[in-house]
Design a protein around this ligand. Structure first.
Ligand code: TYM
Length: 337
């Protein structure tokens, strides 16, 4: 029986993933590789939609891939690759961009947020068409499910709309992908400002716990996380958003239900709770950091793993693109199978 297909991507735009990336997405990627035909890509084409430095991008792309393996992806079990190694992503993105309405693309809230920061005149056309490239990533692999955090939901809706439109106009081609979003970890908040999500672009360094932070940094950031008035360790989104966020993180890291954690710390104050939370984060991230460092010490072998992944991904992508070219009305190239 064919296993259901999964695809997801992550941007190599920082020196480390953060706790939100890990709990909201990467951890699910690791779990899903067991029972699914899983494709995971480091989306370096997406990373150049904002100004970037070439050497930094190259370094971060390898760090991202190494961290994914360090976090538990097994390249024999899933297909791990760099997006730029499979040129069909850009090719399908072009086709889909010709099916996307200008108004439709203009409604993407991530574009509005990101372009507002630098002034929309400065934003690149690539940043504007970013979600269409994301749709291409997903549709190329005929993914059934896409494990992501809540902030990607709108992009997945666009992906489904584009797949449906293509199928309607040119005949059934694409599978309609479903978002795979776990509500308990879909939106991890910034430790300094629980009103915003933890994010590489919006958070202050103190508001983010990085997967590659050393234990001292993790302990310091969690100790300084903003809490709310009172002493009760109790989930209450409205009145205690800071503690609620920390409870969610604690529960996700340890697997203990929130109610059990509330019962243990009760009204003993926030101190011990935060200390134990920091230790849970250190226990999760230390082995990931150590494995990542070991993988990065042998770039040649990492690049070989990525080449293998790209070869596997490329086979699927080329097949989909052959169908798309045919459906759209391009004349086949005789020397191409
Ligand atoms: P990116 O690189 O910003 O984030 C990677 C993943 O982490 C999730 N995430 C969070 N989850 C919970 N709480 C948070 N605070 C938090 N911050 C980030 C994101 O939802 C994401 O799942 N556009 C995508 C990359 C992409 C992609 C794709 C994803 C490109 N092509 C195809 C899925 C399928 C992005 O910028 O993710």
């Amino acid at each position: 029986m064919n296993r259901p297909r999964v695809l997801s991507g992550i941007q190599p735009t920082a020196d480390s993933f953060h706790l939100g990336n890990y709990l909201g997405a990467v951890r699910q990627w690791v779990a899903l590789q067991e029972e699914h035909d899983a494709f995971y890509c480091v989306v370096d084409l997406h990373a150049i939609t904002v100004p970037h430095d070439p050497d930094t991008l190259r370094r971060r792309s390898r760090i991202a891939a190494a961290q994914l393996i360090g976090a538990g992806l097994e390249p024999e079990r899933c297909t791990l690759f760099l997006q730029s190694h499979v040129p069909e992503h850009a090719e399908l993105a072009w086709v889909l961009s010709c099916l996307t309405g200008f108004g439709e693309a203009s409604r993407m809230t991530q574009f509005k947020d990101k372009s507002a920061k630098g002034g929309s005149e400065q934003a690149s056309v690539g940043l504007f068409t970013y979600p269409i490239l994301q749709a291409a990533d997903i549709l190329l692999y005929e993914a059934d499910q896409v494990p992501v955090g809540e902030d990607q939901r709108q992009h997945l809706e666009l992906t489904r709309d584009l797949a449906q439109r293509f199928n309607h106009r040119f005949g059934g081609t694409f599978v309609l992908p479903a978002p795979y979003i776990l509500p308990s970890v879909a939106r991890i908040a910034d430790l300094q400002d629980p009103a915003i999500k933890m994010s590489k672009s919006a958070s202050s360094p103190q508001g983010i716990v990085d997967v590659l932070d050393d234990p001292a940094q993790i302990r310091r950031k969690i100790a300084r996380a903003v809490t709310d008035a009172g002493r009760d360790v109790r989930a209450d989104e409205e009145n205690k958003p800071g503690i609620t966020n920390l409870l969610r993180i604690y529960s996700a890291l340890t697997g203990e239900p929130i109610a059990a954690i509330e019962a243990r710390y009760g009204s003993t104050g926030y101190g011990q709770f935060k200390k134990d939370l920091a230790e849970a984060a250190v226990a999760t991230f230390t082995p990931i950091r150590e494995r990542t460092e070991a993988i990065l010490a042998d770039t040649e072998s990492l690049d070989k793993t990525l080449a293998d992944g790209a070869a596997r991904a490329g086979r699927v992508a080329r097949e989909t693109m052959a169908t798309v070219r045919e459906k759209i009305g391009f004349v086949p190239r005789l020397d191409r199978p």
